[in-house]
Design a protein around this ligand. Structure first.
Ligand code: FES
Length: 192
């Protein structure tokens, strides 16, 4: 990400928290960037000061964070004043989700480019159903946290269950993570 930010000429800073330097990866590489990298070790400095870092919503600024659930939950609560699309959280594991008491309903999925269509049963994901139908979709985590299977939705309403898209990205319904999300309409047409 730092490489990309550098290539794009973006202004960036990194706040990297960990228990102590011996348990933190990439320290030597990161320190080459000088005062744009802030290494915060719990054993010496305490924990990341999220109240100061996120206390004021900065214009034209995006926040990307990854780490354990507790840290990301704290970031969500400290960043309430920020625009929803400014905060991007990458989780190590999927968010807990309360299952719908009525269970999942089957729906139709149509792949516009290949012409393949299939019914997604309550027991299967869209990704599994498409794989069984011979449609190859790049994927990795199969938990809705990495974004590899993100696919454009051409028609229909996604029922988002991923842990990656922001609230407004989910609301727009433009893309869907096929490994976990389902349909809120009888049919979904995908750009596949
Ligand atoms: S495979 Fe990772 S989000 Fe779907």
């Amino acid at each position: 990400m730092i490489g990309e930010a550098e290539r794009a000429g973006a202004t960036w800073e990194l706040h990297y928290g960990g228990r102590d330097r011996t348990s933190m990866a990439f320290i030597d590489e990161l320190e080459r960037y000088g005062d744009r990298v802030h290494i915060v070790t719990e054993s010496v400095d305490g924990i990341l000061d999220l109240a100061t870092l996120l206390g004021t919503a900065e214009p034209d600024t995006l926040v990307y964070a990854c780490g354990p659930d507790g840290l990301l939950t704290a970031i969500e609560s400290y960043s309430e004043a920020w625009p929803a699309d400014a905060i991007h959280l990458e989780r190590f594991k999927a968010k807990e989700r309360v299952a719908d008491a009525g269970g999942d309903a089957p729906f139709r999925v149509v792949c516009e480019q290949s012409g393949v269509s299939a019914t997604v049963s309550p027991e299967k994901t869209i990704l599994e159903t498409l794989e069984e139908s011979g449609v190859n979709v790049p994927n990795s985590c199969r938990e809705g946290i990495c974004g590899t299977c993100e696919t454009r939705v051409l028609c229909g309403t996604p029922d988002h269950r991923d842990s990656l898209l922001t609230a407004s990205e989910q609301e727009s319904g433009a893309t869907i993570m096929l490994c976990v999300s389902r349909a809120g309409s009888d049919e979904l047409v995908l750009d596949l």
